[in-house]
Design a protein around this ligand. Structure first.
Ligand code: TRH
Length: 377
């Protein structure tokens, strides 16, 4: 069924919200033939992950997605068949009134953050009537397992990943474009928040007895990377070596290229939600820095993910992995933890491939979203 979609996205303080909305929008168009209008309140941030965006324009179409600036004064438009408010953002009152006046009423969805916690299966799909207007919103919650909203990933992404893996010249081309020499060093992608655990990781990486290239993404973590190197500061393009460790700072890159970075590196340090899910599909050992929430709500999320993730690891590898994720998320500088973790790298490599394989049998978020919307129109 070909439906029209209005997706509302506010950019809070990072890239994950728009990063996810952009993937969902493209996938709806490309893989399901849907019509999508994406409302975004911060086109400058959007432009960083998708450089073709012109922040000066109120309306533009890219990759067949209609992109609209979400202004303070919302223009009068007819709501589409499906209205998605992403990550607890709220469509303007005037738009809700137009939704209430529309026949038939749009399917109204609150797209939530991913979590592997058990409550997701209980709350996914629940209806929440509007207190005044004749509208009902449905919670759509991504998660692991059959009763959830599934995980963001697409068959096209997996095909592109498989093709990239199989094509040495594509990988060489990628490293060349990114300005990273192919010198046989262990390549580690680092995308993190400001994290006091980083100097401990850098200390450990100096002592693992093989060349290492730490590819740090420009942004919040650079202060701690500089501290670990004993440098005054770092900026995109800088490179610094300490013995067999080289730290290279990568400029923020378009999202499609960042995906390739995760596919091409041997180890991925990721954060938030979108890079975390991409790193799981990439099938390489990963370490996740969860977005810090009030009252430490990120800790049960980490535990809920680790419970299925560590299944099948040997006891020492599981203990080292749990310790590493704990230290990373608590922000503790502990080089010994990383040396123990790195000692299990071959086991983690196989395990990460197996996990990526298992994910293919999990429900896919956009398939689920389309199925859900079609069942409610
Ligand atoms: O930027 P994030 O920290 O986003 C977070 C999370 O979504 C979190 O759940 C949310 O509450 C908070 O924002 C407000 O990390 P995340 O989710 O990994 O999103 C980063 C996006 O940026 C992702 O789509 C990948 C993209 N990206 C690039 O396009 N280029 C880059 O160079 C890098 C490093 C990332």
């Amino acid at each position: 069924m070909k439906l029209g979609w209005d997706i509302f996205c506010t950019v809070i303080d990072n890239y994950g919200d728009i990063g996810i909305c952009w993937r969902v929008a493209r996938q709806l168009v490309r893989e399901h033939g849907q019509r999508v209008r994406l409302w975004v309140d911060d086109l400058e941030t959007f432009q960083r992950i998708r450089p073709g965006i012109d922040p000066a324009r109120d309306s533009q179409t890219l990759e067949e997605v209609e992109i609209r600036r979400w202004p303070q004064d919302m223009p009068q438009v007819r709501p589409a068949d499906v209205v998605v408010e992403a990550f607890a953002c709220r469509a303007p009152e005037s738009f809700l009134l137009a939704m209430a006046a529309r026949t038939p009423k749009p399917v109204w969805i609150n797209l939530e953050y991913f979590s592997a916690e058990a409550w997701v299966a209980e709350s996914h799909g629940l209806a929440s009537p509007h207190p005044r207007l004749p509208l009902t919103q449905y919670f759509f919650i991504p998660g692991l397992g059959p009763g959830t909203g599934g995980m963001l990933g697409s068959p096209a992404e997996l095909r592109a990943l498989a093709a990239f893996r199989a094509d040495a010249s594509a990988r060489q081309g990628f490293w060349k474009e990114t300005g990273v020499p192919e010198d046989g060093a262990l390549k580690i992608a680092l995308f993190a928040y400001d994290n006091p655990a980083i100097p401990g990781l850098i200390e450990a990486l100096k002592h693992i007895g093989r060349p290492v290239r730490l590819l740090a993404s420009e942004g919040k973590s650079l202060g701690q990377v500089a501290a670990g190197l004993g440098a005054a500061g770092l900026k995109a393009g800088d490179s610094s070596s300490l013995g067999s460790l080289t730290v290279q700072v990568l400029p923020f890159m378009p999202q499609d290229r960042y995906d390739r970075l995760l596919w091409a590196c041997d180890i991925n340090f990721v954060r938030g939600e979108d890079s975390f899910i991409r790193a799981q599909h990439a099938g390489q050992p990963l370490v996740w820095q969860a977005y810090v929430q009030e009252d430490g709500a990120q800790w049960p999320k980490i535990e809920a993910f680790l419970a299925p993730y560590v299944e099948g690891l040997s006891a020492p590898a599981e203990a080292a992995l749990r310790d590493a994720w704990q230290v990373w998320n608590a922000g503790e500088a502990r080089p010994q933890t990383w040396l123990k973790w790195l000692a299990h790298l071959p086991e983690y490599q196989k395990h990460a491939r197996d996990w990526a394989g298992k994910l293919q049998s999990h429900p896919n978020l956009v398939d689920r979203l389309v199925g859900f919307a079609c069942s409610k129109v």
